[in-house]
Design a protein around this ligand. Structure first.
Ligand code: 5RP
Length: 224
């Protein structure tokens, strides 16, 4: 099975997981990226079970609207039953690196507001140690150089994703060269840099369930 086939298989498994949630009318957080998009394209089949969705990006919101799935504002919907999203890396503790698609801040907000967080990915995303994928950090534009110098002090090599403006009007620094074996501490240290909006490290709020598409089928890991 190729990588696209694995993404589609894991999206289908996520759909079954949503169908099994103990709610007749689900308030669902929706992620961003190609795996999340496979999942979104399946949602019309369970439209009757969805009360409302909350999207983590303008891109996913546009697709949801195209498919006539109702999309709401997080400020009006309260707690979400679940959030389904992809990841760039996931470790055994279900801590993640996210933000390859630059949606990390809204993704972290939606994940924080959700009772359950299901992460879906192809098996190539599972790693022993986070950090081979450059860690995205969303930054207030005027703080870019200052934050970059502070990230160097933490041992990283930040590269500005030049030309990219996030949905929140900010910029992204991709931090190379980190080997993140203490993810909670690293997340806190980056959060404490003035000018940082958010890092793509999901350690304080890891996934609750990780579904990995493998050539042999979907493997499910549950937070211990
Ligand atoms: C977007 C993300 C995505 O979930 C992550 O980049 C994975 O994307 P894909 O499913 O296309 O590999 O965090 O900000």
């Amino acid at each position: 099975m190729d990588q696209q086939g694995m993404k589609e298989a894991v999206a289908l498994a996520a759909l079954e997981w949503v169908k099994a949630l103990p709610s007749d009318s689900v308030v669902l957080g929706i992620g961003t990226g190609s795996t999340a998009e496979c999942f979104i394209r399946l949602l019309p089949s369970i439209k009757g079970r969805i009360d409302i969705t909350v999207s983590s990006s303008q891109r996913s919101e546009a697709l949801l609207e195209e498919l006539q799935i109702p999309v709401g504002d997080l400020n009006s919907v309260g707690e979400l039953d679940a959030y389904v999203d992809g990841a760039d890396e996931a470790n055994q503790q279900l801590q993640l690196i996210k933000g390859g698609g630059a949606a990390l801040t809204r993704e972290k907000i939606v994940a924080a507001a959700a009772k359950r967080f299901l992460c879906i990915a192809d098996a190539s995303k599972k790693v022993a140690t986070l950090g081979a994928f450059p860690l995205p950090v969303e930054v207030i534009p005027m703080a870019r150089s200052f934050v970059a110098r502070e990230l160097v002090k933490l041992g990283g090599q930040p590269i500005w994703r030049d030309g990219l403006v996030t949905d929140n009007g900010n910029v992204i620094l991709d931090v190379h060269g980190l080997s993140i074996d203490r993810a909670l501490e690293t997340e806190a240290a980056i959060d404490h840099i003035t000018g940082v909006v958010c890092s793509g490290l999901f350690a304080r709020r890891p996934a609750d369930v990780l579904m990995l598409g493998t050539p042999q089928g979907v493997e499910t890991l549950v937070a211990g």
